[in-house]
Design a protein around this ligand. Structure first.
Ligand code: PRX
Length: 657
């Protein structure tokens, strides 16, 4: 341990509460604690404050329509367009201000002012129209962190075509399943992108995916990122993005008037079953909510330089790279590559060069920064930073304090924001201009959010005890349904704790949590079969079905094991078929099977071959036990097992690896 770390531990270890610095509070968008009471007393009308951040073509009739709960509607009959809110309305005052400062991994940069972004979005919207995209057609995007991704999203929003962005790191098969589930006939992709100096041939993966889509895909637009480095052919229904945009030079597309409840986008996410669910977000409620949380929690102001280091392929990027910050007219940094390429100070170099004011990242990244050491941030002037944020998984107090000291120089508040793909935006966090921060605890629910910690019966648990997080009132950014599957919407999120006869609806996010005497919530992690690997959400069932799809595998059980950087890592316990080898070749095939079905992010950290899985007498796999084995923890009661002997065998194997 370095002297510096020792000193930090000594001084900060004991400190459990931190106040936001006065200079921050003085300039904060929200600095008055009365907002909590105000929202409570004036619910749901309080959410007009969020809607007021947008420009509406027609005013809404009601803030909330709960007549068909839990199919809530927000800002009913209001009309607006998301692209007009993110672009057109800024043109007069901020047309020449930077909207996106993009940095490629190789060091090249591109700057889009609001005027530039507006121009290209219009041109691409015109091109999409000419290809035949109509209002309500779902357009899939399979793209990495290049500016054409937000352009394509906003172009879709402009013509009222919902987008469905598939994370570029997902496999060909994952792309195909998502396109099929959404009946999507249009795809925007790119030929390649850079990772640690290499050009990844994304077009090849796209082609593989397209070959697996069961319906006709009418058009594919390909962004040329590889340039001369990558020659590839375009099929008859494939178009070069640059050509399409050039053909539409100067085109203007009138933003389509959308109803507040019209779908803005779909985002597929993992759940308990093997099939990812299409989370449906709407135009009015979602955009209001992400704009409001961007200004209240991230404290974004138009003159800021803001940077969220997430990937746009996940919800964090949708809400807090694209929609929230652009709706507020701020300048965002967007970076293509990884934090450690070419050097481990890449992010800090960017913060210094661009004078980043607000930085929002994930605990897994912070744990990696800690591991690399303080010399990387210390070598840069990070004094432009005013606010830090984290999202995606619990942050341990040590990582929080490291972030606070070594990145924020003890002068930036940290917002630890709990939320989900389904919630659309942040739900539980301190307001940085108002609340005391407690490392390890996200904070109280945001104003207007009614979160409680309950036991299995739905009764509130006392402070300090672990229970289940629930949300007892709807909010504008909430998902409206699981795409084409209203039953799944009810069964996944509402059935557990609601009393439908009494018309009392409680949203269950599937997270465990505890609350302290001050109402601060510590989120403990998922209580369903969903893993959180480096902040990426993965379903154990999806991984298991990929593994049992490998020839020679009879059965598999996947659990999460603790990991110092990733938070959780994938542990796969596998039974092979009679006569099949339990060797490295089989292990490689299993890993390849998972990468093909989902992507490298789901790659098992350990594959443990076992002749049996621990099962209860009724035949259920005891996953808890497998988790304890992965974590080398003391095992609980094994007496209910049908095959208790297997446990010691598995333990020995995990220990060996
Ligand atoms: O378990 C919670 C964890 O991430 C899950 C949601 O994952 P996803 O839909 O991919 O969205 C991630 C980005 C919003 C949650 O159910 N999670 C998210 N933020 C936190 C968190 N766990 C603890 N603390 C957080 N701040």
């Amino acid at each position: 341990m370095s002297d510096d770390t020792v000193e930090l531990e000594a001084r900060l270890e004991e400190q459990e509460a931190f106040e936001p610095p006065e200079e921050f509070v003085e300039q904060a968008n929200v600095s008055d604690a009365s907002i909590y009471e105000e929202f409570e007393e004036n619910w749901p009308e309080c959410w007009e404050q969020a809607a007021d951040l947008l420009t509406w073509e027609e005013e809404y009739d009601a803030v909330l329509d709960d007549s068909d709960a839990p199919f809530y509607e927000w800002f009913t009959d209001g009309k607006l367009n998301a692209s007009a809110n993110c672009l057109d309305r800024h043109l007069d005052d901020r047309g020449d201000e930077v909207a996106i400062d993009w940095i490629g991994e190789k060091g090249e940069t591109r700057t889009y002012t609001y005027g530039d972004l507006h121009r290209e979005v219009n041109e691409f919207a015109a091109a999409l129209r000419e290809l035949g995209v109509e209002e309500d057609d779902v357009v899939t995007m399979y793209m990495p962190m290049i500016p054409e991704l937000p352009v394509a999203m906003l172009a879709c929003a402009r013509i009222g075509a919902p987008h469905s962005v598939v994370f570029a790191g997902f496999s060909a098969e994952a792309l195909a399943t998502r396109m099929e589930s959404a009946d999507s006939e249009y795809l925007v992709t790119c030929d390649g992108y850079y990772r640690r100096g290499d050009l990844l041939k994304h077009k090849e993966k796209t082609d593989e995916g397209l070959a697996q889509v069961g319906h006709d895909v009418s058009d594919v637009v390909v962004v040329d990122r590889g340039g001369d480095e990558y020659d590839h052919d375009l099929a008859d229904n494939e178009h070069d993005y640059g050509d399409l945009v050039a053909e539409q030079e100067g085109a203007e597309v009138e933003p389509v008037t959308r109803d507040a409840e019209d779908m803005l986008f779909l985002m597929y996410t993992s759940g308990t079953t093997g099939e990812p669910k299409g989370v449906k977000h709407t135009t009015g409620g979602y955009l209001s909510y992400v704009s409001w949380t961007s200004q209240a929690v991230l404290d974004i102001k138009p003159d800021d330089t803001y940077w969220c280091s997430a990937d746009i392929g996940w919800i964090t990027g949708h809400s807090y790279i694209v929609y929230g910050p652009l709706a507020l007219g701020t300048t965002s940094v967007m970076y293509e590559g990884t934090p450690d390429y070419p050097e481990r100070d890449r992010l800090w170099e960017i913060v210094e060069e661009y004078g980043v004011d607000i930085f929002y990242t994930a605990p897994t990244a912070i744990r990696a920064f800690m591991k690399w050491g303080t010399e990387y941030p210390d070598g840069h002037d990070l004094s432009s930073l005013r606010l830090l944020g984290t999202v995606g998984e619990p942050i341990n107090p040590r990582a929080w304090k490291w972030y606070y000291k070594h990145i924020g120089d003890e002068s930036c508040p940290i917002v630890d924001t709990w939320w989900q793909t389904e919630t659309g935006g942040m739900m539980v966090t301190t307001l940085p201009g108002v609340g005391t921060m407690k490392p390890g605890s996200a904070g109280p629910p945001l104003p207007g959010i009614d979160a409680k910690i309950v036991d299995t019966k739905g009764d509130e648990v006392e402070a300090g005890r672990a229970g289940y997080l629930t949300v007892n009132k709807p909010w504008p950014g909430m998902l409206r349904t699981v795409y084409k599957n209203d039953d799944r919407y009810i069964s996944e999120y509402w059935e557990e704790y609601s009393d439908s006869d009494a018309d009392e609806w409680v949203y269950f996010p599937e997270d465990g949590a505890k609350i302290d005497d001050d109402g601060y919530i510590t989120v403990l992690g998922r209580v369903d079969d969903v893993l959180n690997v480096s902040g990426h959400r993965l379903g154990t069932m999806e991984i298991e079905s990929a593994i049992v799809g490998v020839e020679g595998v009879a059965e598999a059980a996947v659990v999460g094991g603790n990991h110092p950087v990733k938070g959780e890592a994938v542990y796969a316990y596998v039974i092979t078929e009679e006569g099949q080898g339990e060797d490295d070749a089989m292990r490689d095939r299993i890993v390849a099977g998972v990468e093909d079905a989902i992507g490298p992010i789901a790659r098992p950290e350990q594959v443990v071959f076992t002749p049996e899985l621990p099962k209860t007498r009724s035949g259920k796999i005891m996953r808890r036990l497998l988790e304890d084995i992965a974590n080398e923890e003391e095992l609980g009661d094994t007496s209910t097992l049908r095959n208790p002997d297997v446990v010691a065998d598995i333990q020995a194997k995990v220990g060996d690896d």
